[in-house]
Design a protein around this ligand. Sequence first.
Ligand SMILES: C[S@@+](CC[C@H](N)C(=O)[O-])C[C@H]1O[C@@H](n2cnc3c(N)ncnc32)[C@H](O)[C@@H]1O
Length: 286
Amino acid sequence: MPSPTSGAIVLDSQAFELLSQLICARFGLLYTAETAYLIERRLQQRLEVNGIASFSDYYQLLTDPAQPLSRRDRELQEIFELLSTRETYFFRESYQLDAFREVLLPQLHHKRPRGQQLSVWSAGCASGEEPYSIAVEIIESGLFDGWNVRIIGSDLSNQALHAAVQGIYGPSSFRQTDPSRHNRYFRPLTGRWQIIESVRRMCTFVRLNLIEDDFSSVGGPFDAIFCRNVIIYFDRSERQRLIERLSNKLAPGGYLFLGHAESLLDGNTPLGIAHLGRELVYRKPS
Ligand SMILES: C[S@@+](CC[C@H](N)C(=O)[O-])C[C@H]1O[C@@H](n2cnc3c(N)ncnc32)[C@H](O)[C@@H]1O
């Protein structure tokens, strides 16, 4: 269990069990005894704001049916903002995006599975770098002028979605962006850079909890879903359930891109493994 910093409220093992189960059930995020210190450290400020002296009392606040549901939900949202990892940058894991542009997009253009319509979902899009990168890849394929191209970015973090809609970024978002793309797709804005309007218009952002919400608000079916660097933080059974639900949103023959460190090989999956150039991705049977 964590060792508290001086003056901090201690998260004892009983309160940790209760809180971690609640966090997992509501958001899918997995905490173990080794990572309990993250809950202890990051949620201190919520106890202070609410004038609460122990983590057990805080759990009571979150689950007490006498508290209005809106208050409990607001507090849970605060927890999510403090606990979720929203690290991202443009053209992350670019070898996958290269395979998307060089292999998958020409296939979709050629087969036109749903007429001149292309739909992509970035599930867990954080501050928008991933969906905007996907939009740039689609533009640079040069194949989809005149098509109805739809890119949806979804996340549960209000802070991330606000940044995504603004589309304004600092240097850390560009750690893997080559200068020619930087110049072509961004314009300087008060020391930072904003994504250009034509790329911004290709992307729509939706607030969605991947664990609790049904997926009707994102539409679909999708030719490709990117859910990268999201399930790595999830409990195993929530991972499995999410993959099944995502695969329901794929068009027949549609592709699922996971992060490099994420694999479905340890569980049952409705998806097969497919080669996209030299990349291994997951594919829904046609
Ligand atoms: C590390 S970021 C990955 C961003 C991007 N996909 C990438 O690969 O760069 C993970 C994102 O998943 C989101 N996320 C985590 N749990 C979620 C949930 N239950 N519902 C919706 N979004 C969630 C987080 O808010 C965060 O923005």
